[in-house]
Design a protein around this ligand. Sequence first.
Ligand SMILES: NC(=O)c1ccc[n+]([C@@H]2O[C@H](COP(=O)([O-])OP(=O)(O)OC[C@H]3O[C@@H](n4cnc5c(N)ncnc54)[C@H](OP(=O)(O)O)[C@@H]3O)[C@@H](O)[C@H]2O)c1
Length: 308
Amino acid sequence: MEKKSKVLIIGATGRLGFHLAKFSIENFHPTFVLIRDSSFCDPNKQDKIQSLSTAGATLLKGSLEDEKSLFEAVKQVDVVICSIPSKQVLDQKLLIRIIKQAGCIKRFIPSEFGADPDRTQISGMDNNFYSRRSEIRRLIEAEGIPYTYICCNLFMTYLLPCLVQPGLKTPPRDKVTIFGDGNTKGVFVKDVDVAAFTISALDDPHTLNKVLYLRPPGNVYSMNELVETWESKIGKKLEKIYVPGEELLKQIKETPYPDNMELIFIYSIFVKGDHTYFDIESSGGMDGTQLYPHLKYTTISEHLDTLL
Ligand SMILES: NC(=O)c1ccc[n+]([C@@H]2O[C@H](COP(=O)([O-])OP(=O)(O)OC[C@H]3O[C@@H](n4cnc5c(N)ncnc54)[C@H](OP(=O)(O)O)[C@@H]3O)[C@@H](O)[C@H]2O)c1
């Protein structure tokens, strides 16, 4: 059997990180998880920690701020995956320095797992959401650390359960707001599927120093297509209210930060087309569904069925 890389996951008690750790173990990677002291004491996290330990993960105590624990953890592995929340991405700077010092890391997958920060077209209006991620990319590249960036676009838990209706928690059944002309396509992928693609990529030479884009067939929909699909599932036509891009921009300006971030993401995805406006090939990236056709994933239609 081919030798599997040893993997360190930072953020394994989180939503995505837990799936990453599970898949890493299931795929026979010796798996190490760096857990903060506070998490060991948190009853909500203990089940996850126990389940990872039972499945075979090596538990290490430490945090992104604790240089000693970080160095000891990094020295034991070949691959580091970081899955900390987006507002903390700059906290990866010490980790990057330590990866450089340790000199043993064959692949680093930084915390991104969204749209490609170097290709979004909303600079100046995203409150540095994407520029922070680009800053981390440039640091990794400047240090010469081997990397893969995962651009999975949106998790299905975001915006899809409300059919892209700000303020709603469930899909509408009477009327629906469509942003822009409704024809620009966005991408939704289930977090558990993002984890499966990520773990498949970490030992793959095709993804070395590349961006792995996820645009699975069945998961790339415009707002018009989302609404049509939902209408056919509920057997009813919805009243449609179209909000042009300029009107959405006005709403974004009138809504204070951070409440306006949801509108900003909608503008980026469904007006500017930031998930799909460029070809993967021309960007020098790789398409996850072409590289790993054996991986099964949940489609948008299947996810909408769960909301009926
Ligand atoms: N595309 C999308 O729609 C989308 C949506 C959500 C998230 N994401 C991405 O998914 C990734 C993970 O997000 P998530 O929502 O799964 O995060 P999450 O559930 O909030 O989990 C964050 C994890 O990071 C750990 N952590 C935080 N600060 C740390 C530190 N200083 N040292 C060590 N560990 C630390 C937490 O540990 P504790 O248990 O100790 O707190 C937890 O395990 C991020 O890259 C985010 O951008 C993408």
